[in-house]
Design a protein around this ligand. Structure first.
Ligand SMILES: [Zn+2]
Ligand SMILES: [Zn+2]
Length: 293
């Protein structure tokens, strides 16, 4: 990794590879405590650092608060924040991400049309004075809002495309492509192979086909799905089967149910690898851990 500071004072980094780090892996609500120490209790936040070193963050769940030290200590002055949707567990950390109060900081907020405006209204609305002392309009950072449309976007040489998931509120998964490597983040998605869903199973299969790494929602177990059908989350068994069919090389399970303890997740990962066979590796997303692609 090469690091330097350019003429404008921006920190520049060049990685040889794409890096991804989990800052929040929990679904629905933060769940700290002795039972969730290993996999983590913070809600969704994932950092993607492409080869060019630009800072990309997916979702602003409570995990984003843990990133503040890194942003300050590394002198990072610009980030791109991609939002999957506006459920609490994906935006509630935003007001606690203190670089946004610095007027030397730039924030590019990306979401997928056509509900982008509503997503922003909710992101800003959670900072209304009855919930939070500083209004969004007063945060200081230079904020740019950017829509991702059907043709996708590029952040420098990283191509980013999206697809809608099956979730009660419009939600999107993101695909990152750089130098022939493919990373997909797909959470809050109820896989439905019966083709009764808003987005057919086939479309999701095409989207993740041959990905190097897929991170997917695995909030439930198969036996729990009867109770939670239509809630917009998948069983780990359904996710493993999906990843195998799509030819994914490595799968990370995430968005754990808040009641799922570490021992249960350990057991799930073990069973998932048995089911996956030799062609697919399954890991559990762990808060604070990273991987390279
Ligand atoms: Zn969620
Ligand atoms: Zn959700």
């Amino acid at each position: 990794m090469l690091k330097w500071v350019d003429k404008l004072g921006y920190n520049c980094i060049i990685n040889k590879i794409m890096k991804v780090k989990f800052w929040g892996t929990r679904g629905s609500i933060p769940s700290p405590g002795k039972n969730t120490v290993k996999y983590g209790g913070n809600t969704t936040c994932v950092e993607v650092i492409p080869k060019n070193g630009k800072e990309i963050i997916i979702d602003a769940g409570s995990g984003i608060r843990l990133m503040v030290d890194k942003i300050i200590s590394e002198g990072i002055k610009e980030i791109s924040l991609l939002l999957t949707h506006s459920h609490w567990d994906h935006i509630q950390g935003f007001p606690f991400f203190t670089p946004i109060y610095n007027d030397n900081f730039s924030l590019n907020i990306y979401g997928v049309s056509p509900t982008f405006e509503r997503l922003l209204d909710i992101l800003k609305g959670q900072m209304d004075f009855i919930y939070w002392p500083v209004k969004f309009e007063h945060i200081g950072a230079n904020v740019n809002f950017k829509k991702i449309d059907n043709s996708g976007i590029s952040i420098d040489n990283v191509k980013i495309n999206s697809i809608m998931t099956n979730h009660p509120l419009e939600t999107h998964a993101f695909k990152f492509e750089e130098s022939g490597k493919v990373f997909i983040f797909m959470t809050d998605n109820e896989l439905d192979h019966l083709h009764t869903a808003k987005v057919p199973y086939k479309k999701h299969l095409e989207f993740v086909k041959d990905a190097d790494v897929l991170v997917h929602d695995a909030q439930y177990k198969k036996e729990e799905m009867k109770k939670f059908k239509g809630w917009g989350h998948s069983s780990w068994q359904e996710v493993v089967s999906f990843a195998k069919k799509a030819g994914v090389k490595k799968l990370y399970l995430t968005h754990y149910d808040p009641d799922r303890n570490d021992l249960e997740v350990d057991k799930i990962i073990k069973e998932a690898n048995k089911m996956a066979g030799d062609s697919l590796t399954v890991r559990g997303a762990i808060e604070g851990e990273s991987f390279e692609i």
